[in-house]
Design a binder for this molecule. Structure first.
Ligand code: DGL
Length: 261
């Protein structure tokens, strides 16, 4: 029996899913949130499908054991493969890609868009397939997610990496809108915007939070009162969470707990 006071579960390979937590805290301020970041195994984007599936199952099963009422896959890489395994679980699972794709289809003025994401996400062709007639100019980064996840961000070095990728996307497609298709990247939104003030960078976390709100409302599962908690479990170290949470100006969790198998 699903309970409205149960938490929303949010999972990612690392700290990137905090971008979804930020939108959830704004949109659903009364909800409990349990976050799982698999920082020990980040980056997922350079792994094989089999590896990602095995790690994802472990996270889903952990969140189910915490009795969550819905799971937000706050990771684009996992969202490209989650349909292969979601039928094995009773819990409702909401991906990060599909809600933003719906929004882009309704709002994009041109028939092309840029995408910067992990190699896995770009190579999966998931965005291309979902966006249909909209042409996607995608570019994978093997290094950005791990740099963000370390919590040690050298702005000049990161700006160089960003320019290396975004210049190539613009050269190829002359796009004015680029999807930040890895949840770690909106943590760097200021740097993307500083380098390219005329590009519209899309953060998919907002539409994912809206999709979660709509689902909970439709199911009569919105938590409307009482105290709330925000707990983080990490398979890595707790330290990097503090710097990332400051960068994102997130409400601080009650606890950051070391996850051990
Ligand atoms: N944050 C993840 C995503 O949205 C992946 C980062 C990684 O582990 O490579 O794709």
């Amino acid at each position: 029996m699903i309970k409205r006071n149960s938490a929303i579960g949010v999972m990612d390979s690392g700290v990137g899913g905090l971008t979804t937590v930020k939108e959830l805290q704004k949109l659903l301020p009364k909800e409990n949130i349990i976050y799982f970041g698999d920082n020990k195994n980040v980056p997922y984007g350079n792994k094989t499908q089999e590896e990602i599936i095995a790690l994802t199952r472990r996270m889903i099963e952990f969140l189910i054991s915490e009795d969550v009422k819905v799971i937000a896959v706050a990771c684009n890489t996992i969202s490209t493969i989650i349909d292969m395994i979601s039928k094995d679980y009773d819990v409702k699972i909401i991906k990060i890609i599909d809600p933003v794709v719906d929004n882009i289809k309704n709002t994009l003025k041109k028939d092309k868009v840029g995408l910067i994401a992990t190699n896995f996400t770009v190579n999966s062709g998931y965005y291309d397939k979902m966006l249909g007639d909209i042409k996607v100019f995608g570019r994978g980064s093997s290094e950005l997610a791990a740099i963000v996840d370390s919590g040690k961000i050298d702005k000049e070095q990161v700006k160089k990496i960003i320019k290396g990728h975004i210049d190539k996307i613009i050269e190829a497609g002359n796009v004015d809108t680029i999807i930040l298709g890895c949840t770690h990247y909106p943590i760097l939104m200021d740097l993307f915007q500083e380098c390219y003030p005329n590009i519209n960078f899309i953060n998919p976390a907002f539409q994912q939070a809206e999709a979660i709100k709509n689902y909970l409302r439709e199911e009569g599962l919105l938590k409307e009162e009482g105290d709330k908690y925000f707990k983080i479990y990490t398979s890595g170290s707790q330290d990097q969470y503090h710097s990332i949470m400051n960068m994102l100006k997130l409400q601080m969790p009650q606890e950051i707990i070391q996850y051990r198998e």
